[in-house]
Design a protein around this ligand. Structure first.
Ligand code: SAM
Length: 234
């Protein structure tokens, strides 16, 4: 998979993409992340990417020309026919595990990060094919949102996680939150690991985990539980 990111602050991506799972996925050639500086597509001495809003109001708006030129230049190198060109915006559809799964199926995705008051509306109308919000709050720029999307998508690419089963029980993967996890020591400050997890009985362990996942989801996110595929007994 190749992910192209267009932004004003490429340096923000250096550390997050250079450790842990994303670093290993890049080193193993499972994903290529290419960060483009929108400023490189300006033509004036000051490399101007923003301007005042027509109609007045506070803050600056990202100009359309450099963004169009950046996207068109990338499209000359990589075939984006039918593939998502995504604007990160608090006005987009909400990013969920389901959306991450959907994006992970593509060969390429492009993420366009806004800044300041956002981007000229003509970018949204004539260049962008999808709009994603990572939550109902406003960030200063799309860079952090792009990192969230990349992280959630990359770990779903086959081969990226050590065990292909690791994300099947993850919260939000099957409509439920994940069951509680424990590791050594068996007793810590007099708090013991539930006995069933030490029993070696895989059937019992699976039953307990499923029950805990259901209880936890009902308690913390009853809205999710309504959509989970529960049996009559459950
Ligand atoms: N004035 C815009 C509005 O009210 O919709 C918000 C602009 S915000 C300060 C600057 C940039 O941060 C946006 O263009 C977008 O790229 C990014 N951004 C902010 N909040 C976001 C969110 N919840 N999800 C995704 N991107 C976000």
């Amino acid at each position: 998979m190749r992910i192209d990111i267009l932004c004003l602050f490429p340096e923000m991506f250096v550390s997050p993409f250079d450790c842990s799972i994303i670093k290993r996925a890049r080193e193993r050639g499972l994903v290529e992340v290419v960060v483009h500086n929108i400023r490189d597509y300006t033509h004036d001495k000051h490399r101007t990417v923003d301007d005042y809003a027509y109609g007045g109001g506070p803050g600056m708006v990202l100009k359309p020309e450099p963004i169009f030129e950046a996207v068109e230049s990338i499209k000359k190198q990589v075939d984006y026919g039918g593939l998502p060109i995504i604007l990160l915006t608090p006005q987009g559809r909400l990013f969920t595990q389901q959306v991450a799964r959907e994006l992970a199926l593509h060969q390429n995705i492009m993420l366009v990060c806004g800044h300041y008051e956002g981007v000229d509306e003509r970018v949204r109308e004539h260049l962008i094919t999808d709009e994603i919000s990572i939550g109902d709050y406003v960030l200063s720029g799309g860079e952090l949102a792009a990192m969230v999307v990349v992280d959630a998508v990359v770990r779903l690419i086959p081969g990226v996680l050590g065990s292909p089963l690791s994300f099947h029980s993850d919260s939000h993967s099957n409509g439920l939150l994940e069951y509680p996890q424990y590791t050594r020591p068996e007793v810590y400050r007099s708090w013991s690991v539930p006995a069933v997890l030490l029993s070696g009985n895989h059937g019992e362990i699976a039953r307990w985990r499923r029950q805990q996942a259901i209880l936890r989801t009902l308690k913390r996110r009853p809205d999710l539980a309504k959509q989970a595929n529960l049996s009559t007994e459950e």
